[in-house]
Ligand binder design. Structure first.
Ligand SMILES: C[C@H](O)[C@H](O)[C@H]1CNC2=NC(N)=NC(=O)C2=N1
Length: 93
């Protein structure tokens, strides 16, 4: 079970995933893919990564733009699980 990160841990972790933004208790990233099928294929890759991590982002698909939101609901905020899944998702692009 991951522990909530404090503000200074959040700030330093954010530098490791520069394409993600902090929004309160969440990390968000918007990705524009080349096409709708590419967006769906990306979401499928994210799905497998999420299952492997037992950590699941909120996902919004609008044509070829995918918006992802990560937060550790069980802890009520950001933990290392959010940052490690964010990094894994970046590698799936
Ligand atoms: C039992 C299982 O580990 C929990 O329900 C997991 C599943 N996926 C999860 N995903 C996210 N984003 N936050 C959680 O707190 C969470 N909890």
């Amino acid at each position: 079970m991951a522990q909530l990160l404090n503000e200074s841990e959040i700030s330093s972790s954010l530098t490791t995933v520069p394409s993600w933004q902090r929004s309160g208790d969440s990390l968000t990233r918007e990705v524009e893919l080349a096409s709708f099928p590419d967006a769906i294929a990306f979401v499928v890759r994210v799905g497998y990564l999420a299952e492997a991590a037992d950590h699941h982002p909120d996902i919004d698909i609008r044509w070829r733009t995918v918006s992802l939101t990560l937060s550790t609901h069980s802890e009520g905020g950001l933990t290392s699980k959010d940052f490690s899944l964010a990094a894994a998702i970046d590698s799936a692009l």
